[in-house]
Design a protein around this ligand. Structure first.
Ligand code: ADP
Ligand code: F6P
Length: 343
């Protein structure tokens, strides 16, 4: 390439709920682009940046020492107006004006729907990088941010156990996950929680308060007085952990306390797993651009790099690992012999 040849320009944005490791992905994309002689233009606040033309050029010096921080240096956002056809058309015009030939979208399945929507009006390449704590994206072993969220929830559950055990209390710890129970299941197992209330399990047969009370009493009968820690996924009980805890105290006289982890699950230092996953997928995204790929999300499956068509990321379902559910429900916290779940 001669000195005067302008560099190919690739865009990057982070969209939806921020996830620990997004910064590591931004760093990886910037370093890989520099390595291959590409220029990176980062749009701020997700798809809003495409609409508002708010962007900055990223050089390797801009991404030094960012991978150890959660959040995203280029900001993330939800952009409801991006769903309109006119928005995709405006974004396409702006990308053309800025001479962007490829766009890397770091986000969850909603963000990939947005990418698909844009692709109906823009002929540049679009590559996705899965970044969400929820792990609810089909086709990848894990999304960036999931490992950190689980580690944070596990750490909180361990702390709760100390005080719960000291006072023989029931604790209900509410975790994130939007409509997916991955954080709930994995943190519950990692911390030895006695019960999980997860969206996937609630759909078939929602738990009743009587079933919960029976289980608490049964655990007490078997193990003697002590603590009982329940992991509750958000939106799975009317009024959440606070209401459920109040109900158990008022109606059943159980010593019960709620604990809401909320957005703490999205902050602090990302785990090594998330940093490395984000680094690998970020570099891969740039290499896919160079290889001419389009309309796919980067992923790992059984530890190998692979791609997933955007449409599959939201139309197919990432299922909870059956074996972990079986172990939790049949071996670690059995209810009744005849019924293996919710009983
Ligand atoms: P996530 O990417 O974490 O799943 P959201 O579901 O909030 O997060 O989606 C992030 C953004 O992606 C939305 O705010 C919107 O800008 C865009 N988006 C989501 N769904 C669509 C859609 N059907 N059409 C166009 N854009 C969408
Ligand atoms: O999608 C990531 C996530 O953290 C979900 O687990 C949660 O339901 C949601 O975002 C919270 O969204 P917000 O940050 O807009 O409150």
């Amino acid at each position: 390439m001669s000195e005067s040849t302008p560099k190919q320009r690739i865009g990057v944005l982070t969209s939806g709920g921020d996830a620990p490791g997004m910064n590591a992905a931004i760093r990886a994309i910037t370093l890989a682009a520099d390595h291959y002689g590409l220029e990176v233009i980062a749009f701020s606040h997700g798809y809003e940046g495409l609409l508002e033309k708010t962007y900055t050029l990223l050089k390797p010096s801009d991404v030094q020492h960012i991978l150890q921080y959660s959040g995203t240096i280029i900001k993330s956002a939800r952009s409801p107006r991006f769903k309109e056809i006119e928005s995709a058309q405006l974004a396409a015009r702006n990308l053309a004006e800025l001479d962007v030939s490829a766009l890397i979208v770091i986000g969850g399945d909603g963000s990939f729907r947005g990418a698909h929507h844009l692709s109906q009006h823009w002929d540049g390449q679009i590559i996705g990088v899965p970044g969400t704590i929820d792990n609810d994206v089909y086709g990848t072993d894990a999304t960036i941010g999931y490992s950190t969220a689980v580690a944070i929830a596990m750490d909180a559950l361990d702390k709760i156990r100390d005080t719960a055990d000291a006072m023989d209390r029931v604790f209900i710890v509410e975790v994130m996950g939007r409509n997916a129970g991955f954080i709930g299941l994995k943190s519950a197992m990692a911390a030895g929680a006695e019960r999980m209330i997860l969206p996937e399990l609630q759909r078939d047969k929602p738990l009743t308060i009587d079933v919960i009370v029976k289980h608490i009493k049964r655990v007490e009968d078997v193990r003697g007085p002590g603590s009982y820690v329940m992991v509750l996924s958000e939106h799975q009980w009317p009024g959440g952990a606070v209401a459920l805890s109040e109900q158990l105290e008022a109606e059943y006289r159980m010593p019960c306390r709620p604990c809401l982890l909320g957005h703490i699950q999205r902050g602090g230092p990302p785990t090594a797993t998330d940093r490395v996953l984000a680094s690998e997928l970020g570099v891969y995204a740039v290499e896919l651009v160079l290889a001419g790929a389009n309309g796919v999300m980067t992923a790992t499956r059984a530890g190998q790099l692979t791609t997933v068509p955007f449409i599959d990321t939201w139309s197919k379902k990432n299922l909870l690992p059956e074996n972990l559910l079986r172990i939790q429900h049949e071996i670690f916290n059995p209810v009744k012999k005849s019924r293996q779940r919710h009983g």
